[in-house]
Design a protein around this ligand. Structure first.
Ligand SMILES: C[S@@+](CC[C@H](N)C(=O)[O-])C[C@H]1O[C@@H](n2cnc3c(N)ncnc32)[C@H](O)[C@@H]1O
Length: 417
């Protein structure tokens, strides 16, 4: 995870970076004081807001603020907002022009008098310098506005390309574009872009599709996840939960926990979610803490029965997570472990040995590619919990189930032929 630091009283470069980053958190130190700090805080707040919604009555105001934020090339932009700046430079240039003309007339009317006490030429020079300065600032500001328009156009094009903006034709027949609403799909797209760009260890779209399929087929009321990070996999699972289903996700890192909280909130926005019984982000309950001790503390025996457990924390701790979750596993529950290919011979070895040899589990490796890498083979270990009870009984049930499954496969194979 990257941390951006901003120093100096205008912090323009910092805010510019903050705007471009997928995570928009700002921490102001006690050194940030006074009105400029207040303005920075206001701007940072704007930077943290979700993009404009076409129904947003504050849209133009926010766009103006974002505009200031997008292109803070010089400190004056923070001191004077653009309309004030243009008015100030324009009015100052105009008054300097009038003063120059009046002084010139005065000099021409009585040159001897004016030259004798020296005020005429001095006033003329001061007014000409003022005129040149303010006129230059005025022209410079106008040019900057053009640059900004161009930059905004580029941003719009990029948003259309990544699917965050849609093109439509208005009632006058003009081609327009507007930002799509922020909802769970929007957040997932955004996290995928981030993951792809910075190689983040989110499960990614390919493994994510397998995970969603497992959740959709199982239809669990309670999914427990170890390792939330930004909440990508939690959101994918939440999208396909049956009615009343929930995901309880554990994250030990406080920063990631807070980041995921914000994404869950954003994922619950939009008209799409308003029509749902439970908004997608609201189906995810985030828990902060090391899952090995937090899981038995948060879940209640008897009340919480895990039907799908997704393990995606620290590989060498997987067995500990499973042991902590075992008392809550519903017989028939699926235990899904990520990175069972890349860490098979390393940190995940004790876990894989356990689920593959225990009579309480029937386990198989689903082969797939590592997130964002077409050239690295990874896998997801999918284990079915057969229930507690004496090992011999479990082994018998397990063998019977395997035989039925093999028979079914045979029947299906014959039918297909
Ligand atoms: C691979 S990332 C999870 C990615 C996420 N599941 C996704 O696909 O979007 C692993 C995360 O697990 C967290 N983690 C590691 N050990 C943990 C533990 N013992 N308890 C809770 N979280 C843990 C890390 O802080 C990290 O954010």
């Amino acid at each position: 995870m990257r941390c951006l630091k901003g120093r100096g009283h205008n912090g323009s470069a910092f805010l510019d970076k903050v705007r471009r980053e997928p995570l928009r958190f700002c921490f102001f130190t006690s050194k940030s004081r006074g009105s400029s700090a207040k303005r920075l805080q206001k701007l940072a707040l704007v930077a943290r807001l979700p993009p404009d919604n076409r129904n947003d009555p504050d849209g133009p105001k926010r766009r103006a603020m974002e505009d200031e934020l997008r292109d803070p090339k010089y400190f004056l932009e923070y001191l004077l907002p653009r309309p004030l700046r243009v008015g100030f430079f324009g009015a100052s240039a105009a008054s300097c022009l009038i003063a120059t003309a009046l002084t010139a007339v005065r000099l021409l009317q009585s040159p001897a008098l004016e030259l004798a006490d020296g005020t005429g030429p001095r006033d003329l020079i001061v007014n000409i310098i003022g005129l040149i300065t303010f006129a230059s600032l005025f022209v410079y500001d106008q040019r900057q506005a053009q640059t900004r328009i161009e930059e905004r156009r580029k941003v719009r094009e990029a948003q259309i390309m990544v699917g965050d903006r849609e093109v439509f034709v208005n009632e006058k027949g003009e081609k327009m574009s507007r930002l799509k609403e922020v909802n769970d799909d929007w957040i997932i797209r955004r996290l995928e872009r981030w993951g792809q760009r910075d190689g983040m260890p989110f499960v990614g779209p390919a493994k994510g599709a397998i995970l969603q399929q497992l959740v959709a087929d199982k239809g669990p009321q309670l999914v427990v996840e170890v390792g939330t990070m930004a909440g990508y996999s939690a959101l994918l699972m939440a999208q396909v939960l049956p009615s009343g289903g929930r995901v309880v996700s554990f994250e030990k890192d406080l920063t990631w926990f807070l980041v995921a909280k914000r994404f869950m909130w954003q994922a619950s926005q939009g008209e799409k979610n308003a029509g749902l019984e439970t908004r997608v982000g609201d189906r995810v309950k985030l828990e902060w803490g090391d899952a090995r001790e937090a899981l038995p503390r948060v879940l209640r025996p008897g009340r919480d029965r895990i039907e799908l457990l997704f393990l995606d924390g620290t590989p060498k701790e997987y067995l500990d997570y499973l042991k902590a979750a075992e008392p809550f596993l519903e017989p028939g529950a699926l235990v899904v472990a990520d990175n069972a290919g890349v860490f098979a011979a390393g940190g995940l070895r004790p876990y894989l040995e356990y689920v593959r040899s225990s009579p309480h589990y029937r386990s198989e490796l689903v082969s797939c590619k590592l997130e964002w890498r077409e050239d690295v083979v990874d896998g997801i270990e999918v284990s079915t919990y057969m229930g507690p009870g004496p090992a011999s009984v479990i082994a018998m049930i397990s063998e019977e189930a395997a035989a039925v499954e093999a028979e079914e496969r045979g029947v299906l194979g014959t039918a297909a032929e």
